[in-house]
Design a protein around this ligand. Structure first.
Ligand SMILES: [Zn+2]
Length: 101
């Protein structure tokens, strides 16, 4: 998976990003995902077990955290990810230049 190769600083920012995810209401219809995110915030990703690991790494991470811009394909820094949940998956640069193709 290579996740552990990421920089330490991105790991430090993950809880705050996950807090934004909870507050955004994105997971309100998915109590299981919500519970897993809360657990990661409180106890860290290493505390997940069994199916929780799969849900977090295969569903939550690609959908809400490790996002590529839907327009230019750039992997977004955590600082831009939260905004992209509501703007069609665009990085800040693509938001600025506009969404018309
Ligand atoms: Zn982009």
């Amino acid at each position: 998976m290579g996740w552990n190769d990421h920089l330490d600083e991105t790991e430090l920012e993950l809880p705050s990003l996950l807090n934004e995810l909870l507050n955004s209401g994105e997971l309100d219809n998915d109590p299981m995902a919500k519970g897993i995110v809360q657990k990661v915030i409180q106890e860290g990703e290493a505390s997940l077990k069994g199916r929780q690991v799969n849900v977090f790494s295969r569903f939550i991470r690609p959908k809400y955290i490790d996002r590529e811009c839907s327009r230019c394909g750039t992997v977004m820094p955590y600082s831009e990810v939260a905004e992209s949940w509501n703007n069609g998956g665009l990085c800040s640069w693509c938001v600025q230049v506009g969404t018309d193709d």
